[in-house]
Design a protein. Structure first.
Ligand code: TYD
Length: 208
């Protein structure tokens, strides 16, 4: 790869994003890149608030969660401690586990997607990912992974919701295909094969 990229990794819950993030980081570092791997919701104050809400202990209005994700994302981009904008300027390749499309799909399942897109337009105008990688997986498989690997299940992690969210991701991709670079990879395969396809797409993006 010839330049540092901003890569967003997207997918429904249990799609294998964490595994791919790890494989991608190792591969890029082995090639001599400085890599900053990060995630949303963040582990900063607004992200912590969101994670408490996602546990579902008390009822929260979806519009409030959508607003918090907007704020968390701006903080993630702009904070001068380890913000994404700063990391990009420092020459890091930034890999972000979830970004705007997660809001379009997850929050767009419960409220107007147009509103969510408009509310996130500030982030999109500050820094758009060079590529949004969507790891596509069958919701039945993802739910099996979630229920067998975890002790706690978050509010969005039901089969019905995962199916809706997956459909919303595709709706958002169609809506924004002229503005965003989107790479969809079949995640129902061995992780090494998925990683190989993602890496090829990144190389192509970087050399464009
Ligand atoms: P994630 O960290 O990927 O899940 P986990 O910690 O369980 O591996 O994301 C947590 C949840 O946050 C996930 O269900 C998706 C949701 N989410 C949104 O609803 N909107 C968003 O904008 C983002 C970034 C995440």
């Amino acid at each position: 790869m010839t330049r540092n990229l901003f890569i967003a990794l997207e997918g429904i819950d249990g799609s294998g994003k964490s595994t791919q993030l790890k494989l991608l980081t190792e591969k890029l570092e082995a090639e001599g890149h400085k890599v900053y791997a990060t995630f949303e919701p963040t582990n900063r104050p607004i992200g912590a608030m969101i994670r408490t809400m996602l546990k579902g202990d008390s009822h929260t209005d979806d519009r409030i969660i959508a607003g918090l994700f907007v704020a968390d994302r701006l903080d993630h981009l702009l904070n001068d401690e380890n913000g994404i904008v700063k990391k990009m300027q420092e020459g890091y390749t930034v890999i972000c586990d979830r970004y705007c499309f997660s809001s379009y799909a997850y929050q767009g399942t419960h409220m107007s997607m147009d509103w969510v897109i408009a509310a996130n337009s500030m982030s999109a105008s500050i820094l758009r990912p060079d590529v949004n990688v969507f790891i596509d997986i069958d919701p039945d498989v993802s739910m099996q992974r979630i229920t067998s690997n975890r002790e706690t299940i978050e509010i969005y992690e039901t089969l019905d919701n995962q199916k809706k969210v997956r459909a919303k991701f595709f709706e958002a991709f169609e809506l924004l295909k002229d503005q965003e670079n989107i790479f969809i990879v079949d995640g129902n395969r061995l992780s090494a094969l998925v990683a190989g396809d993602i890496f090829a797409a990144l190389t192509q993006t970087a050399n464009r």
